[in-house]
Design a protein around this ligand. Structure first.
Ligand code: GRF
Length: 199
């Protein structure tokens, strides 16, 4: 499946997906990496991996114009599936409807807990003992689409948003490639002995 990865920044989840896509047996191929910010560090990572990149600037532009330009890039790259990976722009109901069943996202919490931003600080403030990440289908309501997979981590004494976030991020990098394969109907077996991944 020709897959676009949409980013806004660092691109570590994108890198995890690209690494998985290097395996010929993996069901997705990178068609293009698109950023809505020209300064996203992930663009250089994608280029270094030999993956086509595009910038569709979102700042200072009406949403319709941004999404029309994005759609054009996706069509030119013959994209059949979209993986949002740290993409910080909310997509319109019309764009989401156009890609229904063909677009997934990774979110750094165990949804439906902590939708939105600052999830690690909010998890600590709430006193939860277990935190994690979720890959879900994208629906019109932000962070509310059907869940494809989750990975959980413990919250440890002395955790800061940074230490907890790093623990979650390591799991995001394991979960996202597995969940994308599941979303594409390939359903790979879980790694042996992994009780924390609930795909
Ligand atoms: C990740 O924590 C992801 O779950 C969230 O934004 C962050 C992006 O990080 N949606 P990266 O750009 O993949 O490194």
């Amino acid at each position: 499946m020709r897959t676009a990865i949409l980013i806004s920044g660092r691109g570590s989840n994108m890198a995890a997906l690209l690494a998985a896509m290097r395996d010929p047996a993996y069901p997705a191929r990178p068609a293009v990496v698109v950023s809505n910010r020209a300064d996203a560090a992930g663009l250089a990572l994608a280029a270094a991996a030999g993956v086509p990149t595009a910038v569709v600037e979102s700042r200072g532009r009406p949403r319709e114009a941004f999404e029309a330009a994005l759609q054009e890039v996706l069509e030119r790259a013959e994209v059949g599936f979209i993986a949002l990976a740290g993409f910080l722009r909310v997509l319109s109901p019309a764009f989401v409807a156009a890609w229904e069943g063909r677009m997934i996202n990774i979110h750094p919490s165990l949804l439906p807990a902590f939708p939105g931003l600052d999830t690690h600080a909010r998890a600590l403030a709430a006193g939860v003992r277990i935190h994690g990440c979720t890959v879900h289908w994208v629906s019109a309501e932000v962070d509310q689409g059907p869940i494809i997979g989750q990975a959980a981590v413990p919250v440890l004494p002395g955790d800061t948003p940074e230490t907890l976030g790093a623990r979650v991020l390591a799991q995001e990098h394991r979960l996202y490639p597995l969940a994308l394969a599941v979303a594409l109907g390939a359903r790979p077996p879980l790694p042996e002995g992994e009780a924390i991944l609930c795909l």
